[in-house]
Design a protein around this ligand. Structure first.
Ligand code: AMP
Length: 265
């Protein structure tokens, strides 16, 4: 689970309520307070029924689909991370995330199953290339391990319902295979969309280019300058590609840029 159980919250609220009840002499104030407590309890119970915590992360490991989220290193290395590696000129994986259509998602579903790099050692060179840590100022291998460990613990442990993703090796190898099968950059290139430091495209032309090649709409995310930072491909639980739910991507619909390779990092 990923947050305080709702039952604890309800108990705490009940104690606070009792405490305040004995200390409020004013009847109107007491009625208002009672109403506020009743509302809080109702909201908490509704959230519990839906299995959602305040952080958006749900208690239940149930989910609707997998979102394979890929980063555009040229954007991320400028904005979000101070990358110490030369940013690759292709989309790299951030994570394969079990998600729900209502925007919630499960996380940290099994703390007993810690990430073990030896279980994915056969994938090491592919992970270094396509799932790199872009945030590394120390030893690259330990940066990679801690990034993968975060992704496995937070998201991977919740994807077990998909048999191909039910082990650490399965989770990482399946995500790598999906990335390769639904490669983004070649799909865009086939429709004349290339990384460029000056050529802006409409958001829909980028989405449609991906769909023309792979049959489904991706999700896009941009930074505040309109640079594409993330593109994601979505999959049903049987791992067939599906349209990603419409995103609140903060991309300007008229102009997005896929910035070209930086010469200096
Ligand atoms: P998540 O919790 O899966 O959304 O991942 C977010 C965390 O992953 C944040 O702490 C980010 O700083 C970190 N992160 C995202 N992408 C990378 C990357 N390519 N390399 C290292 N850390 C990353």
């Amino acid at each position: 689970t990923c947050a305080l159980p709702i039952s604890h919250i309800i108990l705490t609220v009940a104690f606070v309520f009792l405490y305040v009840l004995v200390s409020i002499p004013d009847f109107v104030a007491m009625k208002t307070f009672l109403l506020a407590v009743a509302t809080a309890v109702a909201v908490a119970q509704a959230a519990q029924l839906r299995g959602i915590s305040s952080s958006g992360c749900s208690y239940s490991s149930d989910f609707d689909y997998i979102m394979l989220t890929e980063q555009w290193p040229q954007t991320e290395c400028d904005d979000t991370f101070h990358c110490s590696v030369k940013p690759p000129n292709f989309f790299t994986i951030h994570g394969a995330w079990p998600n729900n259509f209502d925007g919630s998602y499960p996380c940290n579903c099994d703390s007993s199953d810690e990430f073990d790099p030896s279980k994915v050692s056969s994938l090491h060179s592919e992970l270094v290339e396509y799932w790199p840590s872009l945030q590394c100022i120390s030893d690259p291998d330990s940066c990679l391990d801690s990034f993968l460990s975060h992704e496995w613990s937070k998201h991977g442990t919740c994807a077990r319902e998909i048999s191909a993703m039910s082990t650490q090796l399965g989770y990482f190898s399946t995500a790598l295979a999906l990335r390769e099968k639904y490669e983004i950059l070649p799909a865009l290139a086939k429709q004349g969309i290339y990384p460029s430091s000056s050529k802006w495209y409409s958001k829909s032309s980028v989405s449609t280019a991906f769909k023309s090649e792979h049959g489904t709409y991706p999700a896009l995310q941009c930074d505040s300058s309109g640079y594409i930072s993330i593109m994601a491909v979505c999959f049903a639980k049987n791992l067939t590609a599906i349209d990603c739910p419409s995103d609140n991507s903060n991309c300007n619909s008229d102009s997005v840029l896929l910035p070209d390779r930086k010469s200096v990092v």
